[in-house]
Design a protein around this ligand. Structure first.
Ligand code: G3H
Length: 495
């Protein structure tokens, strides 16, 4: 049990005077056939006054760009981050346990999330050293000698997602900090307790006011903060709707840099000559790892009608064989942390059934509490909600197609543009599709599932799916701006 009664502001932990939010596990206990919540702890429930205190501290630390942190050398900032890594490594088991209990992520994936985050931070440090080497060079042009630098942007509001409460949050937080920005950090709704231990490590490693923690709901705390006009960078991984709402609250949105990872509805497109065994393998992992709760998941499969029956048979068999259970046994399907998620998923299934789709796998449609069996729906068509909406859960809608233009039109008309996966052995056809899709989405996968990593590849999206680019080293550029120091060539040649 983690009971957090304080919050980090201006380099110190201050007692929280307001009320608290109780945190329950994604895992429920079975008490004589009744599923009951497990209490995990509490965190501050949010308050505008405390958030404003954090904003004041951040303003002071940044001091309009003249503060200690934004003017510190890159080498010095790296030292702070390296100190943080040392502290963080000691928290591995605590964080892994909380990932399992708070959001139901299986042990192997929780460990991977932790280790991936450490690797990401090291890679970011190395990428910054390289970027800095280039920035330290001088350029002479037209009688002007100039040094092009990368400078911070200012006060950064950072909000991470519940599905990667550690890793994705830190892919925002660390690049923001290391580039000299100061941060107001809001832990995600689920997966918030693990940030308490980490906040202590941050406090030990960074100067005062550089990282401050805020709590509370969008309309009550975050929007009023945006409304002050003092936030220079909004970075969040959330729904496109939340991002729009927060941006609208900023009085000078043209001055705001937004670095956002948002909704996606990535299709898998399976041509009739696809290698079915490989395709099934990739599509099961792509659509159902961590219950399909990944923005990068394959969220709809378009299958050529000539192979649809065979594909569905193989796909459903694999889906039914997926291990379902509790995180410590490393199953793929685990309890869903989001309140109301089971009802939402059942609603999508009912809606699809009312328009003629059927559950085609044996275990599909079943649930025990918030443990939801992976469900394959076929044939799905545009009349159904699940054709358009991001399910972010263990439902796989399959759409038969005759003409390749049908899945292409789906992506053209979609509001989203993160990734596509194409499965085929016809290299000419693949090449044609790749050339078109790279103009519609930000990553085209060939004979492989959609995903974010490896983290050195750019992570972004088109249309409503993203703004700015994350990953190493792109995030360093996203959280900074190119600036220049210039003088006349003749000035430097003076004695
Ligand atoms: O939720 C979106 C994540 O960025 C997915 O990351 O593809 O590494 O699981 P992943």
């Amino acid at each position: 049990v983690v009971e957090q009664t304080e919050y980090l502001v201006d380099g110190e932990f201050k007692q929280w005077d307001g009320d608290f939010k109780k945190v329950y596990s994604a895992i429920k206990v079975n008490n004589n056939g009744v599923l009951e919540d497990i209490y995990l702890g509490k965190i501050p429930n949010g308050g505008l006054n405390e958030a404003m205190e954090c904003l004041d501290a951040a303003e002071k630390a940044y001091d309009n760009g003249f503060g200690y942190w934004p003017t510190l050398s890159v080498e010095e900032r790296i030292k702070h981050v390296e100190n943080f890594i040392k502290e963080m490594i000691g928290l591995r088991e605590e964080v892994v346990q909380l990932l399992m209990w708070e959001i139901g992520k299986n042990r192997a994936d929780s460990e991977k999330e932790f280790d991936r985050t450490i690797a990401y931070i090291y890679d970011t440090i190395n990428a910054l050293k390289e970027l800095d080497r280039r920035s330290s060079r001088f350029t002479i042009e037209g009688g002007i000698i100039g040094q092009i630098r990368r400078s911070p942007l200012g006060i950064t509001l950072c909000i991470g997602p519940y599905n990667y409460p550690l890793n994705e949050t830190y892919t925002l937080l660390i690049p923001a900090l290391i580039m000299g920005n100061v941060v107001l950090f809001k832990p995600p709704k689920y997966g918030c307790l693990l940030h308490y231990a980490l906040s202590k490590a941050l406090q030990k490693s960074f100067p005062k006011g550089v990282v401050n923690y805020i709590y509370g709901k969008g309309a009550e705390v975050i929007e009023p903060m945006m409304n002050t006009g003092k936030i220079n960078v909004l970075t969040l991984i959330a729904s496109s709707r939340v991002a729009d709402q927060l941006k609208k609250a900023h009085p000078k949105v043209n001055r705001l840099r937004s670095i956002l990872g948002l909704d996606a509805k990535n299709p898998g497109i399976i041509l009739k000559d696809a290698d079915l065994d490989l395709t099934v393998e990739e599509c099961v992992a792509g659509s159902l790892s961590f219950n399909g709760q990944r923005c990068t998941a394959l969220k709809i499969l378009f299958v050529h009608e000539d192979i649809a029956d065979e594909f569905i048979k193989k796909f459903s068999a694999k889906v039914d064989a997926l291990k379902v259970g509790m995180p410590w046994n490393n199953p793929i399907i685990t309890p869903l942390p989001e309140e109301g998620k089971v009802e939402f998923l059942n609603g999508l299934i009912k809606d699809a059934e009312s328009f003629g789709a059927k559950i085609v796998n044996e275990t599909g449609g079943q649930s025990v509490g918030n443990l939801f069996a992976p469900t394959v729906l076929y044939p799905v068509s545009e009349k159904m909600k699940v054709y358009h909406i991001e399910q972010f859960g263990p439902i796989v809608p399959i759409v038969p197609f005759k003409n390749l233009q049908e899945p292409i039109d789906y992506m053209i008309e979609s509001d989203f543009g993160q990734q596509v996966s194409i499965f085929s052995k016809n290299h000419l056809e693949i090449a044609k599709m790749v050339d078109g899709f790279v103009n519609l989405v930000s990553r085209v996968n060939v004979n492989t599932q959609s995903q974010r990593g490896p983290d050195v590849f750019p992570f972004t999206g088109r249309k409503d799916s993203a703004e700015g680019t994350l990953s190493v080293p792109d995030a360093l550029r996203s959280f900074s701006i190119r600036t220049m120091v210039a003088t006349k060539d003749s000035e430097l040649n003076k004695d």
